[in-house]
Design a protein around this ligand. Sequence first.
Ligand SMILES: C[S@@+](CC[C@H](N)C(=O)[O-])C[C@H]1O[C@@H](n2cnc3c(N)ncnc32)[C@H](O)[C@@H]1O
Length: 257
Amino acid sequence: MSFQLPTKEEKHDYVLEQFERIAKGYDLSNDVISMGMHRAWKLRAVLELIGERGAGKYLDVCCGTGDLALIIAKHLKPGSSVTGFDFAQNMLDLAAVRQEKAVRRQERLAGSGKEDKLKNVQINWVRGDAQNLPFADNSFDGAINSFGLRNLTDLQKGVSEMARVVKPGGYVINLDLGHCEMPLFAPIFAFYFSRVVPVIGGILQNDKTAYTYLPESLTTYPKPDGITAIFQKAGLKDVVHIPLAFGTVAMHRGLKL
Ligand SMILES: C[S@@+](CC[C@H](N)C(=O)[O-])C[C@H]1O[C@@H](n2cnc3c(N)ncnc32)[C@H](O)[C@@H]1O
């Protein structure tokens, strides 16, 4: 039987159940499927988010196991804060474990000159729905979502909520799959994504369904111009699309005025 994407009505519960289920093996699968490249994409996105500021209060929406939130924290000056936000409790639990490990590592390195600044940046993990953020208007210096937007039922609401909670002068960043259109590379990518990725998911996570959903979810996700339009409709200005990895990944940045 062919794979069927969830309907709009089913999507919230379907996605939640799926991420609760695959949380434990998520990081390994992510590293294998992206061949480790997601780390470089995330670092690039964090540099776009923070810009020259180096300090402030940042929000990572759909934070998953918290790797991006910790990258943000490592780039911030003491006294700053990062809030990781997700609806899957199993993901948030793993994010808290990641944070503890990072703090312990820092304690081991204390005095060596190699320690990072994690300890002096406050990190919070908050559970909730990205389409209805429980934060006041204009309360963050920037907000980012990596590989989460595609999973929301209402993409416009997801971006508009990020725009709402960011202060004027701050950036909203979205990093997600793109639609590669390079003549030679596009068919290779399509084959890898639709045929190889589900097999990897089946082997590593014993969950072929979740890793069939992944390429299928891209079929209904807008192309970069569509995401630009969503950013503009959310009131964001100077919206730019930055293609990464031959366009297989799309980063968008918009400014809140
Ligand atoms: C593909 S993972 C991305 C995790 C992480 N940001 C990364 O880049 O590795 C998508 C995450 O979005 C979360 N998510 C999906 N829909 C959500 C929603 N409506 N509200 C909050 N979190 C959601 C999932 O629980 C999951 O942790």
